[in-house]
Ligand binder design. Sequence first.
Ligand code: ZN
Length: 361
Amino acid sequence: MTADRIDELRAEATAAAEAAPDTAALEELRVRYLGRKAELPNLLRGVAELPPEQRGVVGKAANQARQALEALIEHRAAQLAAGELDARLAGDRVDVTLPGAPPQPVGSLHLMTAVRREIEDVFCGLGFAVVEGPEVELVHYNFDALNHAPAHPARSRSDTFYVATAQRPADPGDQVVLRTHTSPMQIRSMEAQPPPIQLIVPGRVYRPDSDATHTPQFHQVEGLAVDEDITLADLKGTLLAFARAIFGDERDVRLRPHYFPFTEPSVEVDVSCFMCAGTGVLPRTGVRCNLCKGTGWLEILGSGMVDPNVLAGIEAHDYDPERWQGYAFGMGIERIAMLKHGVPDLRLFYDNDLRFLEQFG
Ligand SMILES: [Zn+2]
């Protein structure tokens, strides 16, 4: 009777183990058939109480059944574990070539960066090198070496950010400012190399102003060319090529007399309005052009022939103004971008509102 029961248990447990769907179900079976309270181990423990002639047979059968079941469960457990690992690996597989969810749009250059690079490209094509310089600058380079008189109003603390130093320098030229223009690099570049020279200087500049057309920090591109026999005509030709590259092939430029301390003569440069083709009146509608306010011209930059005093002040190399002449110009990158893209308020460039920035992506 007992031996039959052992066979029955063994067959039942074997079938159940082979059908177990996962390791959790298999563990349940192990407890049910081999656990401390299970029937088979109980039979084994009760062997000693059996009549002597049955002990050997039942004990042996029960032992064999237990060992066989243990081996089967161990084998089946290894099988199930391997299958579950495969399934988990397949389920966790990440396809790194798929886009994120949801797909993120690729960013784009800020309009200021895009326009700066566009300007750099134009002048590189005209043979200019691109150089950069310090934004924290000495008064010597920012004003003195650029022929600014000691009482020039741009030097006042309401027009220039002065950087506090532990002691007021003995030489006023050693005072430190945030550069108010990119022009100091004219001097630094000429000190660094003999003529001829032809370069532009893009970069950040600083002035204590803040309204719709001024921000305390803004961007300029400085230009400097020094060579023999350079005239105002070279300046005009260069700026005409620049204006046409940026604003369109049909553009024209005009020079108006002006004053800057470091150029002589100095001129303001206007480009013919691209909105009304320089007529001051919008085509078809006949309405006055708002961009150029009906004048047909847009002011884009200041420039002039390098003042002989500036050239004569360069000691590191021979920039003798009797032999070398040059022209210089400086423009606001923001102004170029505002004109070209119809941006009404300078501060939009720095608000980082995506609705604005994405229009130029
Ligand atoms: Zn116009």
